[in-house]
Design a protein around this ligand. Structure first.
Ligand code: KG4
Ligand code: ZN
Length: 347
């Protein structure tokens, strides 16, 4: 088959992104250009992503992003073969902005349109970066998601479990806020935890006593709040060391929960006797050193390869959407002007 170039658009949370991915005649993907415009500055004063502000910013930025990637790749719309767009799940205003933009381009340039599930984009990233073979195990762990998937195809996933409340990244961000550390919370909590004593304060390991791969992280935030207030009440303030110990205790709890649940997910996956066993991670939390180390150990124990794609492709981006669109396209998926934006869309 001849090489095909996919334009991908992503706007489901607080990153506006576009990318061009070329699929060679041998099926090998190549990222020709990829831009991500984060909106962190716009939401900084609000302590979270404001959906209305996000939607407006996406609507303003999407076409610029498309122009940028075409410029970087030295291509025009005439060189593009299909448009792939995140059609959910996510903040609906942003998703609508992306879907409308993609429809406009597809209609204007006479191109096929493919709606992509944002989670499928994350889940297929190991194939974009490393051409990993199906089936593989995936842990999506970010500010918005936390789930285990056996990935069997671009439209074929088995969900083994996930968080029943907060995502770990959200818990890291709240922890940082409660301790007066800068956002995003993950990196600041990890930095503090590095010189803290994880055993000083006792944090729970939620749901470890329950069978299966479901997880819970909202209780950790409550435990942190209680431990913080107790220290403050005793000493009328937090020292640098107190803060570090709180971060270390919290991070060790997240780490233990993820490690144990990954152990269980791996044993379900390995029971299928995959030819080339592999577990991959995606999402911002995958940047965490101790969490990565724990997952690497658990994978080795189970006899599976551990893969963490480059961070820029682990976090929200449009290259993963273009690539997932390409795999769906190859399987015959096509959407038309009736493509709907879906706030909820389980895999
Ligand atoms: O994948 P991502 O960029 O966005 C989505 O949530 O989709 O993930 C962002 C999340 C934030 O909650 C951030 O605090 C967390 O990933 N994060 C980390 C680290 N770096 C980013 N969490 C723990 N440790 C880190 N080093
Ligand atoms: Zn995401």
């Amino acid at each position: 088959s001849k090489p095909l170039i996919f334009l991908g658009l992503e706007s489901s949370c607080d990153d506006t992104a576009a990318a061009l991915v070329r699929i060679g005649s041998d099926g090998a993907p190549d990222i020709l250009a990829s831009v991500v415009h984060g909106q962190a500055m716009l939401h900084a004063d609000y302590g979270g992503v404001v959906p209305e502000i996000a939607a407006r910013a996406h609507a303003e930025k999407l076409d610029t992003c498309v122009r940028e990637v075409l410029g970087q790749a030295g291509l025009g719309l005439a060189d593009v073969d299909a448009v792939a767009v995140t059609a959910g799940p996510g903040l609906i205003g942003g998703v609508i902005a992306g879907v409308m933009c993609a429809k406009g381009i597809a209609a204007g340039a006479g191109l096929p349109l493919v709606g992509v599930n944002h989670l499928a984009g994350h889940a297929l990233t190991p194939r974009l970066t490393d051409r990993v073979a199906y089936p593989y195990l995936m842990l999506l762990v970010s500010g918005g998601h936390c789930q285990f998937l056996i990935v069997r195809g671009p439209d074929d996933f088995t969900r083994l479990g996930g968080t029943i409340d907060d995502a770990p990244g959200e818990a890291f961000d709240k922890t940082a806020r409660l301790l007066g550390l800068p956002q995003p919370g993950g990196p600041s909590v990890e930095r503090e935890a590095a010189h803290g004593d994880a055993s000083r304060l006792r944090f729970p390991r939620p749901l470890l006593d329950r069978a299966g791969c479901d997880m819970s992280f909202s209780g950790l935030k409550t435990a942190l709040l209680r431990a913080r207030d107790q220290i403050v009440a005793e000493k009328s303030g937090l020292t640098r060391q107190d803060r570090a110990d709180l971060c270390a205790g919290f991070q060790a709890a997240v780490c233990d929960v993820l490690a144990e649940k990954t152990r269980r997910a791996l044993s379900l996956y390995m029971a299928e006797a995959p030819a080339a066993p592999l577990i991959a991670v995606a999402g911002g939390v995958a940047a965490n050193g101790p969490i990565r180390a724990a997952l690497t150990d658990v994978a080795a124990e189970a006899g599976a390869r551990f893969l963490a794609p480059p961070l820029a492709l682990c976090t929200d981006n449009a290259a993963m959407i273009a690539y997932a669109g390409a795999e769906l396209y190859a399987q015959g998926h096509r959407d038309d002007m009736t493509l709907a934006a879906r706030p909820r869309w389980p895999l």
